[in-house]
Design a protein around this ligand. Structure first.
Ligand SMILES: Cc1ncc(COP(=O)(O)O)c(C=O)c1O
Length: 462
């Protein structure tokens, strides 16, 4: 243990000194991926399909040959244990067997017809039983589902605005891509091709701020509050005790619908945060792992919202496009994968395994942080863990941004990757799939402890 207390600025300096060697090691082990990255001019975005794949904290992207269970193998033959899991798309492991079985055996019955398959009824019943809302619709991505649910909220309430929490991410959904700057809501500064001022339609307030919530809802123009139950895209921000009760009470008082996005917090356990903590949303969205990795999302509605939607549809004088749903939404393939996922993948046994492995990692990280006297803490929502670089839990995005350090994140990310563990990029998240073995959880803790010791010793040597 270090003799003097260590602060984040000192750790950043130490990490900066260590990073060149970590980058070099990463690159030396990946000559094929490096050659791909250096063959310019082949792809739209420098040889990777999506431009943001170049934004990971790696000198160049590792190129995946095979993903199975918790293992990734790259084209250079490096094997790593995956704790990013496609940022939740593969939360239940890469290629869960029941999903592979659907892909092998069910495809011949048809992939997409723009009509319901026989699985539709069963999937509707499974979703209602699991998540508590009676009416469900399908999308391809969580972004889709959020867009459609927001449109429904506006159609049902006849109101223009939505409210989100500063630091949120709900996908490529225009209305939600905003920043809160000096108390005002603006289009997010990083957006490309943004022509509409999103502050016109969206109000952002800090998470856990009951006063700001009360003030924003009082105008009576807010169709819905769209919220993750635990904020997971700006570090990890837990709700303060009683915040969800207040949120529900105030939204009801002001005729505002509550739309809960469980895309990430579905890590909490069976039925998501909503069921485990007794939330009572009017609308709910899930995507990413819900179909075991196949592009499918779901959005649910209460009976009142479904009735309101029905009224709004009947009141239209035209039968043209509603702006809800896309051609491949609700395809036979999606329904078959959803059914297999709900019946055989997302089971209580699966969640119990995830929780047991996460317990090991959480306890190990707390010990490793304590051993170095680091002013950090660990937050958790079910199988999702975040190491936050502050001694106290953060309450909103402002505090989360203050605690963040891209340098320390890069140091952790690359050091762990060079020891065989892949973290989620852009923050410090560890996601635990049921495919992670106990020994792998222990090995992660050991590697984490060694890395933290190195971060704390490097400066002393320098
Ligand atoms: C909470 C939340 N909702 C929705 C989305 C959008 O998911 P997708 O990119 O699959 O549309 C994300 C993506 O990270 C998310 O974190």
């Amino acid at each position: 243990m270090s003799s003097t207390p260590i602060d984040n600025a000192a750790i950043e300096a130490r990490v900066k000194a260590l990073l060149p060697a970590e980058r070099q090691l990463y690159a030396e082990r990946r000559p094929k991926a490096r050659a791909m990255a250096e063959r310019k001019g082949k792809g739209l975005f420098d040889n990777v399909p999506m431009h943001w794949m170049l934004d990971w904290p790696m000198p160049f992207p590792m190129v995946i040959e095979q993903a199975s269970g918790v293992h990734l193998t790259d084209i250079d033959g490096n094997a790593v244990v995956d704790l990013c899991l496609g940022d939740t798309g593969a939360m239940f492991g890469h290629g869960p067997e029941p999903i592979l079985e659907v892909l092998r055996n069910t495809g011949h019955r048809g992939l997409t017809t723009m009509l319901p398959s026989a699985d539709a009824e069963i999937v509707g019943e499974l979703l209602a039983a699991r998540f508590g809302l009676p009416h469900w619709q399908i999308g391809a991505t969580a972004s889709d589902a959020n867009r459609f649910a927001i449109r429904v909220a506006r159609a049902v309430t006849g109101r223009r605005k939505i409210l989100v929490f500063d630091g949120c991410y709900h996908g490529a959904v225009d209305d939600t891509l905003v920043d809160l700057v000096n108390g005002r809501t603006f289009s997010r500064a990083s957006l490309l091709g943004q022509v509409v001022d999103l502050g016109e339609t969206t109000i952002a307030i800090p998470f856990n701020d009951e006063e700001a919530l009360r003030g924003a809802l009082a105008s009576g123009e807010v169709a819905c509050v769209l919220a993750e139950p635990v904020m997971t895209n700006c570090g990890m921000i837990l709700p303060a005790p009683g915040f969800h009760d207040t949120l529900r009470r105030l939204t009801r008082e002001h005729g505002t619908l509550l739309l809960i996005d469980e895309t990430h917090t579905i890590s909490t356990g069976l039925g998501g945060y909503t069921m485990l903590h007794g939330l009572e949303p009017d609308l709910m969205v899930m995507g990413k792992p819900i179909g075991g990795g196949v592009p499918v999302s779901v959005w649910g509605m209460s009976a009142e919202v479904a009735e309101g939607l029905d009224r709004a549809r009947r009141a239209r004088d035209s039968h043209g496009h509603s702006g809800i749903g896309t051609t491949l939404s609700g395809s036979a393939l999606q329904l078959a994968c959803l059914r297999a996922s709900l019946e055989k993948v997302m089971t209580s046994g699966t969640y119990a395994t995830m929780a047991a492995r996460t317990d090991i990692i959480e306890a190990g990280l707390i010990k490793a942080i304590g051993a170095q006297g680091l002013p950090w803490h660990v937050t958790r929502v079910g199988a999702r863990l975040e190491v936050v670089f502050s001694s106290e839990p953060v309450r909103n995005a402002g505090e989360a941004r203050e605690a963040a350090s891209s340098v320390i994140e890069e140091g952790l990310h690359l050091s762990l990757l060079n020891r065989g563990f892949l973290l989620t990029p852009f923050h410090n998240m560890i996601l635990v799939s049921p495919a992670l073995a106990e020994a792998q959880a222990q090995a992660l803790v050991t590697a984490y402890g060694e890395i933290l010791a190195r971060f704390c010793q490097a400066g002393e040597a320098a």
